[in-house]
Write a new protein. Structure first.
Length: 56
């Protein structure tokens, strides 16, 4: 398991995960500036009641 993160592979996995999250948010017409971090909880609180363009 330790060898898996050798040579920056952990960074690549993090980038891929962030890209998947961003893609899902774009599908729901939500476009945050950043994924994660200190402002992530505030961003979700502000956009929690935002209607999406996709009918449920």
């Amino acid at each position: 398991m330790l060898m898996r993160y050798y040579g920056g592979e952990r960074h690549q996995e993090r980038t891929a995960h962030s890209n998947r999250i961003r893609s899902l948010l774009v599908l729901h017409n939500l476009r945050p500036e950043r994924i994660g971090g200190r402002s992530w909880a505030c961003w979700w609180a502000q956009h929690a009641d935002t209607p999406t363009s996709i009918p449920l």
